[in-house]
Design a protein around this ligand. Structure first.
Ligand code: IPD
Ligand code: CA
Ligand code: CA
Length: 277
């Protein structure tokens, strides 16, 4: 691993927390007070002054605290530093922009650290509910500084799941609609939160039992994956193979439901998408 000790991780966790709280204050400031909402090319993929200003707030803190050889990938500015030292920060200054523009209170700042591609640290801050989810490898997962753990639900029929639909859903048959319908039949319900980072954080603290989605970016999931794993959950590719956060697709569960969800996803895909890999 490209870091030497747990104390490195603890220090970086504290810096990421400071950055997330600072960006959270920006999001609170613009809540209900937006003057610019733009589309980023793809229909429905929005960006606002709150996204951009929150990203500047994250960067100001991280640049003050982090070693110069850490790489940074931030959603609104792209790669800000890239030295390929093995440590990459993946930053989403506002996850849930669509919710935010409607004042639907489900959004977060998400700051994750990947060590050679593996999520090892995450901070997800919901500035509306004032909920701060944090974790680092070997240090446990917390919500507002109290330890959290995944749920114990072990039957799909008793589970509450969550998923999402990517911005390319109108252009691809791989739009997740069939999977959504199928799991809706099998479970107590499937939610569509609209903020991947919070969806993962809710699996980590046991409010939800499982989450799957495609079309995701590394900044959507880096932090949340670290938090789910430290809370005792499991995160893989749909088929149970090791997760590649760059693949855009993941299955996160409390562990007990992992193989049932993976098998279900494996059965549905070839039915609806016979020509896709
Ligand atoms: C989006 C949210 C949403 C997910 C999309 C993401 P954004 O992030 O996480 O839940 O379904 O795929 O792009 O655009 O609000 O930062
Ligand atoms: Ca996002
Ligand atoms: Ca975003």
């Amino acid at each position: 691993m490209p870091f030497s000790s747990e104390s490195d991780l603890q220090r970086w966790l504290d810096s990421a927390t400071e950055a997330a709280l600072s960006a959270g204050a920006v999001l609170q400031h613009y809540w209900g007070n937006l003057t610019t909402i733009d589309e980023k090319g793809r229909s429905g993929d929005l960006v606002t002054e709150a996204d951009r200003s929150a990203e500047r707030a994250v960067m100001a803190v991280l640049e003050r605290h982090l070693p110069a050889d850490h790489d940074i990938l931030a959603e609104e500015s792209g790669v800000i530093r890239g030295r390929e030292a093995g440590l990459l920060w993946a930053i989403d200054p506002l996850d849930g922009t669509t919710n935010y523009t409607h004042q639907y209170p489900f959004c977060a700042v998400s700051i994750g650290l990947l060590a050679e591609g593996e999520p090892v640290l995450g901070v997800v801050y919901d500035p509306i509910r004032h909920e701060l989810f944090r974790a680092a490898q070997g240090l446990g997962a917390t919500l507002n500084r109290r330890p959290i753990a995944v749920s114990t639900t072990d039957q799909l029929a008793q589970s509450l799941l969550v998923t999402g639909f990517a911005y390319d859903r109108r252009e691809t048959p791989d739009n997740n609609y069939a999977e959504f319908c199928h799991f809706t039949h099998l479970t107590q319900g499937v939610r569509r939160g609209g903020a991947a980072a919070i969806d993962l954080a809710y699996v980590a603290c046991g409010r939800l039992d499982g989450y799957w989605e495609r079309g995701l970016s590394p900044w959507d999931v880096a932090a949340g994956v670290a938090i789910v794993r430290e809370a005792g959950g499991q995160v893989t590719a749909y088929d149970g193979a090791p997760l590649d956060v760059m693949s855009g697709r993941l299955l996160a569960t409390n562990g007990h439901l992992h193989s049932a969800m993976s098998q279900t996803l494996g059965k549905i895909r070839p039915l609806v998408l016979p020509d896709l890999p």
